[in-house]
Design a protein around this ligand. Structure first.
Ligand code: NAD
Ligand code: 0WE
Length: 263
């Protein structure tokens, strides 16, 4: 049976009630996991207050700031995990960032700085968090990240984020090979487009969602809760033989060809 009782799960990437990480945290909690939350701090402490209020029903036993670009915050996050929990079982990596300018227009004009930022936050961070998690996953563990089809196909305007997701998906494979002997599994979910803070800041997301509703086998998009359910499976012992994989939770969109529609 799917049961996460006695498992400690650290969830990154909750910004608000639309975050995919929020759907995942709720379903992990429902399966009985003990939840820890990290959030991206801002100067005014507004993110801390907002996320704290949102996650209150899950009664997180750990709530810490973690900007993945800040080495000190990464170190103190896992020092807190060690001190409060002793061991870690599940790590959810559910964050990405590129400069807005780099998510529109011509990809060829991507700046060195923009490329570095996108790859550092969206891809390298999985390597860094996995390295910090490894010594705490003393009974084995499960690491899960979120990717998007734009990492394997060209999707208009996804641009530098596509390169970051390609790197992220390859990180999953190298990390799975590296950490497998310690019984740590590493997988990704490739989610279909969902309205969230990050996706809504991008022009044309509603058109993309409309397109998926026309073309995907299930004729709809997916919800954060559906992604959370797949995440719960991958992090549970039911998926004990699965590592290094990218699981599409996209209403089937990825399998389709000839997707031209009439406007
Ligand atoms: P979101 O805006 O709710 O989540 C993005 C998170 O990234 C936020 O919580 C933000 O605080 C965090 N973040 C950004 N920079 C950070 C940093 N330096 N350190 C720590 N955290 C940082 O949006 P979302 O759509 O839920 O995105 C979550 C993940 O899902 C991302 O990896 C995204 O690429 C992926 N994804 C999203 C969709 C979609 O359509 N929404 C589809 C497939 C995959
Ligand atoms: O991974 C994502 C979102 C990534 C993202 C979004 C933003 C917007 C605001 C990363 N960084 C930023 N930076 C900002 O300043 N998705 C899968 C959602 C998404 O983003 C797109 C999409 C889809 C789908 C961008 C262009 C085209 C399609």
């Amino acid at each position: 049976m799917l049961d996460l009782t006695g498992k400690n799960a650290l969830v990154t990437g909750i910004a608000n009630n639309r975050s995919i990480a929020w759907g995942i945290a709720q379903q992990l909690h429902k399966a009985g996991a003990n939840i820890g939350i990290t959030y991206l701090p801002d100067e005014k402490g507004r993110a801390e207050k907002k996320v704290a209020e949102l996650v209150e029903p899950l009664q997180p036993s750990l709530f810490v700031p973690c900007n993945v670009q800040d080495e000190a915050q990464v170190e103190s996050t896992f020092a807190t995990v060690k001190e409060k929990w002793g061991k870690l079982d599940i790590l959810i990596h559910c964050l990405a960032f590129a400069n807005k300018d780099d998510l529109t227009g011509s990809f060829v004009n991507t700046s060195r700085a923009g490329f570095t930022t996108a790859l550092d936050i969206s891809a390298y961070s999985l390597v860094r968090l996995s390295a910090a998690a490894k010594p705490l996953m003393t009974e084995g563990g499960s690491i899960l990240t979120l990717t998007y089809l734009g990492g394997v196909r060209v999707i208009p305007n996804y641009n530098v984020m596509g390169i970051a997701k390609a790197a992220l998906e390859m990180n999953v494979r190298y990390l799975a090979a590296d950490l497998g002997p310690d019984n740590i599994r590493v997988n990704a979910i490739s989610a279909g487009p969902i309205r969230t803070l990050a996706s809504s800041a991008v022009g044309g997301i509603l058109d993309m969602i409309h397109h998926v509703e026309q073309v995907a086998p299930l004729r709809r998009t997916v919800t954060q809760i559906e992604v959370g359910n797949a995440a719960t499976f991958l992090c549970s012992d039911l998926a004990s033989g699965v590592t290094g994989q990218v699981l599409y939770v996209d209403a089937g969109y990825e399998i389709m060809g000839m997707t031209e529609t009439k406007s």
